[in-house]
Design a protein around this ligand. Structure first.
Ligand code: PLP
Length: 404
């Protein structure tokens, strides 16, 4: 049976909200996705029926909650084809990046190179910049081509055995570009570099098999994957995690503490100091279970039809310029409208109840490359419809006539 968007929408209470008697059109899922009942109910059920701290208690509620939390880890591991002890829960994709940049990155030395790209989110730039400042490491950026794809010839040219980390996004949060990460990982390994894949957007739209990819690290946030905020996932190869020092100190990440000597717990607990995001892990498990009822390829096909419809309609509008047209790109449509400021465009769209993101999208080097100070982004999720895309197009046309 093809993907039934009307049926899927019924799972999202917020999507039935009306503002001024008109439906809400949410095209900002790239920033954070709405939550299905399955997630809301799972978290609420845990708080109502079985909640305690994890890993510490000996009583029934502590054991039940620990089981629920660890079941979340197992679900995430299955979802990306990892082993369960290779899944670390952090507070966000951003924190996961910082963890890698500190714990693994501190092993780098002056003269080593970290390679990132011009299309990255700040979460995949700033931690490396800070590492460069701390350790005298050199940070280099692979450029992009005009269609928003990565310049692979430039990547090849800059990839020497001085490169120790290649940090690249699976899917750009601005251009929608899907990078050839399998090829990038293989090439990085050929010069002895480790790979850090920013999967914050990719995990939402692509099947991820970290073993088949041979990724060293893969990170994402729960809240873009229809799950709760306050939770990120860091996948790391067991052999790397085992050799890495802790990032933060506190409860649970230790094996033994005396006044003079402390020994570390095994991964993943070594990297989960303090009380973790228990309810959020339960929520993420529910999100993944919920998502797993759909055929991923059909969902992607649905999103692609909407993207194409949006592209076809918006590119008929005078002075509208789409940023990112790489082949096989995902369902993110970012544009500029003449000389209009993106914030003004987004505010006009908001009058039509169309929620989009406007600004730099935490990707300022990319904005510089595109020669703009800000852009408007419509990001499409599985619950969006053709009717919504048509309202978007009409609202953008109205905005254009306003600025003309
Ligand atoms: C590509 C990409 N990487 C990283 C992040 C950071 O995610 P978070 O803010 O959840 O840590 C985002 C968020 O927009 C993103 O789109």
């Amino acid at each position: 049976m093809p993907f039934d968007v009307a049926r899927a929408r019924e799972d999202f209470p917020i999507l039935s909200r009306q503002i001024n008697d008109k439906p809400l059109i949410y095209l900002d899922s790239g920033a954070s996705a709405q939550k299905p009942n399955a997630v809301i109910d799972a978290m609420s059920h845990a708080m109502r029926h079985s909640y305690a701290n994890v890993h510490r208690g000996l009583h029934r509620l502590a054991n039940e909650t620990t089981d629920a939390y660890e079941a979340g880890r197992e679900t995430v591991a299955r979802f990306i084809k990892a082993d369960v002890n290779e899944i670390i829960f952090t507070k966000s994709a951003t924190e996961a990046m910082n963890l890698i940049a500190h714990s693994f990155g501190d092993g780098l030395k002056a003269g080593d190179v970290v390679l990132t790209t011009e299309m990255e989110h700040h979460a995949n730039i700033v931690p490396w910049y800070m590492l460069a400042e701390r350790k005298g490491v050199e940070l280099k950026y692979v450029p992009i081509l005009d269609d928003g794809s990565l310049d692979m010839a430039a990547f090849d040219a800059v990839l020497t055995d001085r490169v120790k980390i290649v940090a690249v996004t699976h899917m750009s949060n601005v251009l929608g570009t899907i990078n050839p990460i399998s090829e990038i990982i293989q090439k990085a390994h050929a010069v002895g570099a480790k790979t850090v894949i920013d999967g914050a957007q990719g995990i939402v739209h692509l099947d991820v098999d970290v073993k088949a990819l041979d990724a060293d690290f893969y990170v994402f946030s729960a809240h873009k994957l229809y799950g709760p905020t306050g939770l990120g996932v860091l996948y790391g190869k067991a052999e790397l995690l085992n050799a890495m020092p802790p990032y933060q100190g506190g409860g649970e990440m230790i094996a033994r503490v005396t006044k003079d000597k402390i020994t570390w717990n095994e991964p993943p607990h070594r990297f989960e100091a303090g009380t973790p995001a228990i309810l959020e892990v339960i929520g993420l498990k529910a999100a993944i279970d919920w998502l797993s009822q759909f055929d991923r390829a059909e969902v992607v096909a649905h999103e692609h039809v909407l993207y194409q419809r949006a592209y076809d309609r918006l590119t008929q509008i005078n002075s509208l310029r789409v940023h990112g047209t790489a082949e096989g790109k995902g369902s993110i449509l970012t544009f500029s409208l003449g000389q209009a400021h993106a914030h003004d465009v987004a505010q006009i769209l908001d009058r039509y109840n169309v929620a989009v993101r406007a600004g730099t999208h935490c990707a300022e080097p990319l904005m510089t490359r595109l020669g703009v100070t800000s852009t408007v982004r419509a990001s499409i999720a599985l619950y969006n419809t053709e009717e919504e895309i048509d309202v978007l197009a009409e609202a953008v046309a109205k905005a254009q006539s306003f600025f003309a």
